[in-house]
Design a binder for this molecule. Structure first.
Ligand code: S3P
Length: 171
């Protein structure tokens, strides 16, 4: 598999709560690849948390940084990359990913997403009066775009380890 992949990256896309980071880490361990989390890389580069970046510079600034960070991660050695939920919405990023890796959409239903994001409140986009309605709107907007990923894997309420196995079998 690794020989077939060559210098390419495995890039996980999908909504907040789909399990991109947890599943990505497990794929990396199973394949002996490095793992990178784009959100964490942006936070490290900016020396600020994502909510702080959104609050002080706005979303457009965050998206600029996100595009740059993903391009840099794709240029490096082969790795598994977990992207933030909005990253794949950028056409420039989709092209960069298509050139440098295989994209995997971790698709999940609304209750699964909501159960997972409830445990982490660091998502500025969900700081709304009705996070579930916001998540539904994001599903409507984004699912047609995520569907352009090379592979789609259903991320159910099962162990992340099993989802990781399904991704490896699917790529
Ligand atoms: C975002 C998802 C977040 C983070 C930022 C914006 C989005 O990443 O990049 O809060 O637009 O969906 P996760 O999907 O890892 O939560």
């Amino acid at each position: 598999l690794l020989r077939l992949l060559g210098p390419r990256a495995i890039v996980l896309v999908g909504l907040m709560g789909a399990g991109k980071t947890s599943v990505g880490k497990r794929i990396a361990v199973k394949l002996g690849l490095a793992f990178a989390d784009a959100d964490a890389e942006i936070e490290r580069a900016a020396q600020q948390t994502i909510p702080e970046i959104f609050a002080t510079h706005g979303e457009a600034y965050f998206r600029d940084g996100e595009r740059r960070v993903i391009r840099r991660l794709l240029d490096g050695h082969p790795k598994v990359i977990a992207t933030g939920g909005g990253a794949f919405m950028s056409e420039e990023t989709r092209i960069a990913i298509a050139e440098g890796g295989v994209s995997v959409w971790l698709r999940a239903e609304l209750p699964v997403l909501m159960a997972r994001v409830r445990r982490r409140s660091n998502r500025p986009l969900l700081q709304t009066d009705d996070p579930e309605a916001t998540m539904k709107r994001l599903m409507d907007e984004r699912y047609p775009v995520y569907a352009q990923a090379d592979v789609t894997i259903e991320s159910r309420e099962i162990a992340h380890d099993l989802v990781a196995d399904q991704v490896i079998a699917g790529i």
